[in-house]
Write a protein that binds this ligand. Structure first.
Ligand SMILES: [Zn+2]
Length: 179
């Protein structure tokens, strides 16, 4: 399996500062939610869900397919962050399966700058699928990759944690570089 980014750093107040741009004001409010880039009920003092990992990266950093698979669907952002909070999106049907049930798993990539794959396209592990950006509701934050592991290939899964798995439980927490 390949990492989705070359460098895997969970987004924090410090990484936002590292990628700081005077135009940006972080919405993460990590002083109240220091683990806001992690998976789970980590936002707004533990009252809001985050469905994946936020991984800090420079705008334009390459994003990769984590396994061989098929592009389930893509979404091209048209500028309505309320209707399309995830911005430019790619959903990859991976060749991974849930241990307990054998059901397939999907990798979901969001807030991309641009996408380099098409729906139903077959990809190999490590193929370029797009570039890191801050499209959608990340427009006022530093660039980062929002990355999810899903147990459904449907487009709209809601704001809860339904059909989302902790990426660390699937990929291994060793994928993260602690800075
Ligand atoms: Zn996120």
């Amino acid at each position: 399996m390949r990492r989705p980014l070359t460098s895997m750093i969970l987004r924090t107040y410090e990484t936002d500062a590292q990628f700081h741009d005077a135009r940006f004001t972080s919405k993460l409010n990590v002083k109240r939610s220091p683990l806001g880039g992690d998976f789970g009920r980590v936002r707004s003092s533990g009252t809001q869900n985050h469905q994946g990992w936020d991984l800090s990266a420079a705008s334009g950093a390459p994003v990769f397919a984590i396994t061989d698979g098929t592009i389930e669907w893509t979404h091209i952002y048209t500028g309505n962050s309320e209707g399309n909070p995830y911005g430019n999106q790619v959903c990859l049907r991976t060749n991974l399966a849930r241990h307990a049930t054998g059901q397939p798993l999907w990798a979901f990539y969001a807030h991309l700058l641009t996408i380099t794959v098409c729906p139903r396209q077959a990809v190999r592990e490590g193929d370029l699928i797009g570039f890191v950006g801050n499209s959608g509701n990340a427009e006022k934050t530093p660039s980062h990759l929002h990355f999810e592991i899903r147990s459904s290939g449907a487009r709209h899964l809601g704001k809860g944690l339904l059909y989302r798995l902790n990426p660390g439980e699937v990929l291994g927490y060793g994928y993260l570089i602690c800075s």
